[in-house]
Design a binder for this molecule. Sequence first.
Ligand SMILES: [Zn+2]
Length: 342
Amino acid sequence: MNDKNKKSLTIALAVLAIVLVSTLAVYIFNQRSIFSSSLKEETISNSLKPGELNSTSSSVDSTSTSESASTSKNESTQSTNNNSTQSASQSNTQNNNQSTQTTNSQPASTPTQAELNNQKRNNIQNTYGVSVQYGNEFSSWYGSVTDDSKINSMLDDLNSALSNFPNGFFRELGASHLTYRFVAYAEENNQAGLTDHEYFSNVYIYISSMDSYYVKRVTYHETMHYIDNYLYGYYGYSPEDQYNALNPQGFVYGNFNGAYAFLDKDSNCGNYCYFSDLYGETNYREDRAEIFADLMTRTYLLNGQYISGSPMRAKADILISNLDNYFSTVRNTSPRWKRLLR
Ligand SMILES: [Zn+2]
């Protein structure tokens, strides 16, 4: 081999070595790329490990949790606000309740007059079985008493009047049919009071707003009408003929003559009077009602009043015996209407 051939062989070997190294380098590079990509895949797959996913999702969850937490925190804040709002409104409500309760509880401590009136009315209704109405509880041509103070005093007077009847009398009388109504104005004998005679099943006694004495007097007067309604309605009893027989010769009810009436300014009958007052000359019912109201309200008898043997006393005795005979609650008692008579 000559030098020229040696040189050519060396160059060829060098080129071959370079090619080999380059190939190896390319191979190694490729291998590294594959390895690194597999590493990447592994890294990716590692990054997608369930735990990491979980942690990621959990972080998402925790984010969402934190979001929800923050949301719930907001909610809780809101709910706290709401609660505080609610509690504020509750406390307002409670305050309202308290103020309402205060208003409501006022009756316990300082009840309103209207509430006191209602209690009084209920006591009357429960005790006697009658009904009592006032204010806007009915409408009447006579108007209704709406002033609480006036209603209060009228309830007291009504209760006082009803308490002067024997125990149980009103229930025996059929008090469930009987309603007392407080009216602003009524017209009868200038005392004001009106009984519905037409329908015994539903009788209203109107008591107008007057002073204490007249409220009680009208209560007695009108209640006597109701008693007469009862005696006629349930027993067919009417004392009309008996009363006519006791009147002056030729007298007809409705023809007024003050001379026959004990209390009238024109009275001229002395110890032998026929009627308690002029209004009693209207008809036998008014005759009885005026005698009854007089016996219930007066505190003492005037000279010659209801003196034994007088027609007026005889009328009073008929009335009294009627009450004794028809009412078991009256029999064997000493009712107020007897107290002045001997
Ligand atoms: Zn009358």
